[in-house]
Design a protein around this ligand. Structure first.
Ligand code: ZN
Length: 182
């Protein structure tokens, strides 16, 4: 997340793949189609320009072996992105499962209430009972809050992955069309 501030994502001028441009970079070779591009900067604006002439652009469209390589690369990427998404999802589920400080505090005050309740005095017993009820209510409340947080986190994760997977699938389809042509 932090390096997205330092780097910038632009589309490859040849195939449209997303390319991450680091701050000091002057040139980049697209990992999808292999075309080399110059990074042009004017003020805050950053753009890409393909090195060489239009012939390279035409060649890309019909280069079957380049597309075959790209398909392998994209399939591997889709697979590793899927695995990463699953891993993050599991992690978020585990993290949400560990009750945080509010839960621990509610448990502690519940125990305090139980201790008070045991004291052989009407006032302390009532006080203990109230403390236990309030603690239980707090525990349930925090449980609902953390549950909602988890659901939101997972939703964002799924959405991001969906976008990424669709983007890769678009590129895969493009290359598969080229391979199927001949
Ligand atoms: Zn490209």
């Amino acid at each position: 997340m932090i390096d997205s501030i330092a780097s910038l994502s632009l589309k490859c001028q040849n195939c449209g793949a997303p390319l991450n441009i680091a701050q000091q970079m002057e040139r980049i070779t697209c990992g999808y189609c292999g075309s080399e591009q110059i990074i042009q900067r004017s003020g805050a604006e950053v753009s890409l320009k393909i090195v060489g002439d239009a012939i390279a652009k035409v060649q890309f469209g019909v280069d079957k072996s380049a597309s075959e390589l790209a398909i392998k690369r994209l399939q591997a990427k889709l697979q590793s992105d899927t695995a990463e998404w699953q891993r993050c999802r599991n992690q978020a589920t585990v993290a949400a499962g560990i009750r945080g400080f509010p839960h621990a505090a509610a448990c502690c005050s519940g125990v305090v209430g139980l201790v008070l309740y045991q004291i052989n005095s009407r006032i302390f017993s009532i006080l203990g009972l109230i403390t236990m009820i309030v603690s239980a209510a707090a525990f349930v409340y925090f449980d609902i809050v953390s549950g909602a947080e988890k659901a939101k986190k997972l939703e964002i994760m799924d959405e991001n992955f969906k976008f990424k997977a669709e983007d890769i699938q678009d590129q895969l389809n493009h290359h598969e069309r080229i391979v199927a042509k001949r």
